[in-house]
Design a protein around this ligand. Structure first.
Ligand code: AGP
Length: 607
């Protein structure tokens, strides 16, 4: 998830671009850059690091001019570095990009074979080469050249392009990544979202999927990718700047809950090979037949994701899995060594306990795979291989989109292993991969029904505690739901394996204790229903998360939240969503500081 800004008008572009990028740093901050045209050519100034590093560099290397583009990066392909920072310039063409070009490897090979020289590891530079070739190939204008290049790329993108030979025009294209155009007087703006340009204009054109815009200081022309004109009425934005940074949502956490379908779709891009019923993991070269045991090490929500991963991998690859709290593993002189694959799961890639667990495992001869959301963070750098989620920066302390993209990564990894151990046949793999690709739509369906959880939050938000129950892969979701609730609403909550009720927790049940039970259809359904009856018999209040079409659950549960059906192995990715929303609305009802709860930090880099 990166931030893009463009400006064309009569004022100096660089201060406007940098000001916009500062508002977009929440979208990514591992490098930044601008390309601004003056006196015959554009000057690219870019560097690794936060925006402040770019501002320092601009003092030494000014970029004058009244047309330009700017970018702040959240690396997905190509580590954070000066060379991989945007804008990328090839010949007279400067490009900035937010998204992922899915067929980047094939395009890079094709271009290199015909003489293109690359200076970065990014997928974006490929697009600059394609446009440069189109222009040199005789495209009559930049819009046509961009259109020709777009015909060759697949994936999610918001591009902005500038041509030194036509310094009055910016051309942009949008597909599955956000983009808006701001309208000024004798000047116009392009940006990832309203946040970047709200201080310059409140008149905004929202660009739709599959649209291009050609922007000069006096005109904005919208077409589809075939050149057919599109009309669009400007909206006048009334949000405050802070509201705009949250995309109009009240909190970053709610925004990030709603971003999950996109984050999951981005995490799947380029990794599902439906032709070979397999998973493509670019940088992971693990010989699954030599892996005798997998040991997950993680903390908090990442630990819960690992517990789900255990079910997925044992079900689909039949490799024994253990899951360890990193803070325990690191001090236990663990029995681990060659033949073991340790999988370190960490959104931030900086958690001290997980880092120490990785060091412990490597010191004893195990190989390590890191699953992280931050490219080139410490834990992936220490590991032998890295598998990145593409959730984009997660600002809310309570992890949501990082969690569901971790679950999707676990599913991809389980399928990858299963196809190599021979335990997962092609037809079953094909079914699971097709279902994974449908998840973003199903997730959006659940999230769009969030109002029901708001009602439940008001009804039960004064409870002194909550109990969350689940069986099988739903047990880790019960743990996650309890963690979400307690960390942002400060209400005590416990997650329990539903089968454990009779071994103690049932003593807690009374009419004041809401019990959230995860009971999707599947092999554990009947047993979970019997657990519900135990709670019902003791006047407990039951909130059931069940599968759409279940017409029996209502006779036992006081409240029912239904989620779409999907294979049992993928159900946790849907059943966690109502729990995220419930915890959010309970906390909102109680008025706690949802994005920065008391006593908590987003990344626990100390013991
Ligand atoms: C999740 O809601 C919490 N904020 C916390 O448990 C978090 O998951 C844990 O600190 C691990 O962080 P990591 O994934 O960055 O390693």
């Amino acid at each position: 998830m990166c931030g893009i800004v463009g400006y064309v008008g009569a004022r100096q572009a660089t201060p406007i671009l940098v000001g916009g990028l500062r508002k977009l740093e929440y979208r990514g901050y591992d490098s930044a850059g601008v390309s601004v045209w003056s006196e015959g050519q554009s000057r690219v100034v870019r560097c690794r690091g936060k925006l402040a590093a770019l501002e320092d560099k601009l003092v030494k290397e000014p970029a004058p001019g009244t047309i330009g583009i700017g970018h702040t990066r959240w690396a997905t392909h190509g580590r954070p570095s000066d060379e991989n920072a945007h804008p990328h310039k090839v010949g007279a063409i400067s490009v900035i990009h937010n998204g992922i070009i899915e067929n980047h490897l094939a395009l890079r090979q094709e271009l290199a074979a015909s003489g293109s020289k690359f200076t970065s590891e990014t997928d974006t530079e490929i697009f600059a080469h394609l446009i440069d070739r189109a222009v040199r190939g005789g495209a009559p204008d930049l819009t046509t050249a961009v259109r020709q290049a777009l015909a060759k790329v697949h994936g999610a993108y918001a591009f902005v392009v500038m041509n030194d030979k036509d310094p009055s025009t910016l051309v942009a294209a949008k597909n599955a990544s956000p983009m808006v155009v701001g309208l000024g007087d004798g000047e116009n703006f392009i940006a990832s979202d309203v946040t970047a340009i709200l201080s310059e204009t409140r008149r905004i054109l929202f660009i739709d999927e599959g649209e291009m815009v050609t922007v000069t200081r006096d005109a904005v022309v919208i077409t589809d990718f075939d050149g057919k004109p599109r009309t669009r009425e400007p909206k006048v934005i009334t949000w405050s700047a802070m509201q705009a940074e949250k995309g109009g949502y009240k909190h970053f956490m709610l925004k990030e809950i709603h971003e999950q379908p996109r984050a999951v779709a981005d995490t799947l891009v380029g990794r599902v090979d439906l032709e070979r019923d397999d998973v493509v993991l670019d940088d992971v070269k693990i010989d699954a037949t030599k892996v005798k045991r997998i040991i997950f090490v993680a903390c908090g929500t990442s630990y819960h994701a690992s517990l789900v991963g255990e079910f997925m991998i044992e079900a689909l690859a039949r490799i024994p899995v253990e899951v360890e709290l990193a803070s325990e593993f690191r001090y236990r002189d663990p029995i681990v060594g060659p033949g073991d694959l340790v999988v370190a799961v960490s959104q931030s890639g900086e958690t001290a306990d997980t880092m120490a667990a990785v060091r412990e495992a490597k010191g004893k001869g195990a190989q390590v795979l890191a699953i992280s959301n931050v490219l080139e963070s410490s834990i992936p750098r220490l590991a032998d291989w890295a598998f990145y989620t593409h959730a984009g920066p997660e600002i809310g302390v309570a992890s949501t989109k990082a969690f569901t993209t971790q679950l999707v990564s676990m599913a991809l990894f389980a399928i990858y292993l299963g196809r190599r151990t021979g335990k997962l046949a092609a037809p079953r793999a094909r079914e699971l991969l097709a279902e994974l690709l449908q998840l973003p739509t199903k997730m959006k369906d659940v999230i769009d029904h969030g109002a029901q959880l708001q009602v439940l939050a008001r009804r039960y938000g004064n409870a002194h505690g909550f109990l969350f129950l689940g069986r099988g892969a739903q047990y880790p979701i019960a743990l996650e739901g309890a963690l979400k609730l307690k960390e942002i609403s400060y209400i005590h909550a416990e997650g329990y394996a539903a089968g454990e009720m009779k071994h103690g927790p049932i003593a807690l049940i009374d009419e004041h204790l809401p019990v959230v039970v995860l009971v999707p259809r599947g092999p554990n359904y009947e047993k979970a229903i019997s657990n519900l009856s135990e709670v019902k018999a003791r006047s407990g209040k039951i909130l059931a998360i069940a599968t759409r079409g279940d017409t029996d659950i209502g006779s036992t549960a006081d409240e029912v939240v239904l989620v779409p059906d999907c294979p049992v192995e993928l159900q946790p990715i849907l059943t966690v969503l109502p729990l995220q929303l419930l915890s959010y609305y309970v906390a909102d009802f109680k008025g706690t500081d949802i994005d920065q709860p008391r006593n908590l930090a987003k990344s626990v880099t100390v013991e």
